[in-house]
Design a protein. Structure first.
Length: 398
């Protein structure tokens, strides 16, 4: 447990050349956040304890990847649907249009942080303490920026190069509907200074000693405050946050968080400005609002992932059960085919609509209605399906 007098709360004040005073601080009351931190850590332990079958793990990784890329891309104006995002990620070598290149680039950035995390977890000496608190380097920021903005058209953005606003060039973040417009530092000298000080601060021992659940959103928040590049800052910031969590041993959830931010986009954008304005008013814990949003997102993502894994495991067990019954000749091939055609479409179905499907008609083309009824009754008796009085058919997946 930390308190407000501990070193992590000591601010680092930086006097820039043209942008005034810039302050790096944890700015959170960890004692007040502790109940939420405990809930996240407990949810993570429970999720991590679930034995995930290889097939389930592969499906889950793909789902989370698509959902995350879709989320972070859409926040920054991407136009692909989630289904189109999945298609683009399935064939990255075919990405020719810019809208497809955007999502393929995000995936490449994710692959980079997977590499950082693998190195950190397999060789803890590369990290600064036993908590696997990865040291963030400038090369990481530039590598991620290059991965995210490579081959994208932009009037001034060059991968790996910091902004240097000339006269008349404005960079602004936010809007009036989400707490106001923020103008980050403009000249390259200030940006280079602040990136250096940011890395000095986020890699200092007091910050490395913080729980990753605090350090990750702070890295995200201050990177966005500096906004060092012309394009891609939001995507880099969210990937940077995910990297801190991945290096701390969190699986799936760091990427899943992007979908939460998208679904809570107003709160996400507002949290930046609320924290910034709280700092301007010298509030004791200005960053509390942003860190709290992150923690709520982590809890939501963990609970959703846990539920999803349980459903996926249930489906695997159900498929195995149905296959075993076929092999034991407790159900026939028609019954097996019926269930296999229904499973990809969900668990609940209208019986009348099922019977109207061409594949269903084909199964019973040369069979009597009695055979059809007997097959359905047999599936009910074996606990594989149930049918309500109003004609709703449900697969009995555990």
């Amino acid at each position: 447990m930390f308190n407000n007098m501990e070193p992590h709360n000591l601010p680092l004040r930086v006097e820039t050349f043209r942008s005034g005073i810039f302050v790096f601080q944890s700015g959170v009351n960890i004692a007040a956040l502790q109940p939420l931190i405990d809930r996240v850590e407990d949810a993570h332990r429970r999720f991590s304890s679930v034995p995930i079958l290889p097939d389930v793990a592969a499906s889950l990784e793909k789902e989370v990847l698509v959902s995350s890329v879709f989320g972070t891309n859409t926040i920054e104006g991407g136009t692909l649907t989630e289904e189109e995002t999945a298609d683009a990620l399935d064939a990255p070598e075919e990405a020719k249009e810019e809208k497809n290149i955007r999502v393929v680039n995000i995936r490449r950035a994710y692959e980079q942080i997977e590499g950082y995390a693998a190195n950190c977890l397999s060789a803890p000496e590369l990290c600064r303490n036993s908590g696997f608190a990865v040291t963030i380097g400038e090369h990481m920021l530039k590598d991620l920026h290059q991965a995210i903005t490579d081959n994208l058209s932009h009037p001034v953005n060059i991968p790996r190069e910091y902004r240097n606003n000339r006269k008349g060039q404005r960079t602004q973040v936010g809007d009036a509907a989400h707490g106001g417009i923020y103008q980050p530092p403009k000249c390259r000298e200030d940006i280079e200074l602040l990136v250096g000080k940011f890395l000095e601060w986020i890699n200092a021992e007091p910050m490395l000693s913080l729980p990753p659940l605090i350090r990750a959103p702070l890295a995200h928040y201050y990177f966005e405050r500096i906004h060092p590049f012309w394009d891609g800052n939001g995507r880099v910031g969210r990937v940077l946050e995910a990297m801190v969590m991945k290096c701390a041993g969190y699986k799936y959830t760091p990427f899943a968080l992007s979908k939460y931010y998208l679904e809570n986009i107003d709160a996400y954008f507002s949290a930046f400005n609320l924290a910034r304005k709280a700092e301007d008013k010298a509030a004791p814990y200005p960053n509390q609002v942003f860190v709290e949003l992150f923690l709520k997102g982590m809890l939501d993502a963990l609970n959703r992932l846990h539920d999803r894994v349980n459903r996926m495991i249930g489906l695997v067990l159900y498929r195995n059960q149905v296959r075993g019954m076929l092999e034991e000749k407790r159900i026939n091939l028609r019954q097996y085919t019926l269930i296999n055609n229904l499973l990809p479409e969900g668990l609940a179905h209208e019986l009348a609509r099922v019977k109207a499907q061409p594949w269903f008609k084909g199964l019973y083309l040369q069979r009597t209605d009695m055979t059809q009824s007997r097959d359905i009754r047999g599936l009910i008796d074996r606990g594989l399906i149930e049918i309500s009085k109003n004609g709703k058919l449900r697969l009995c997946v555990p």
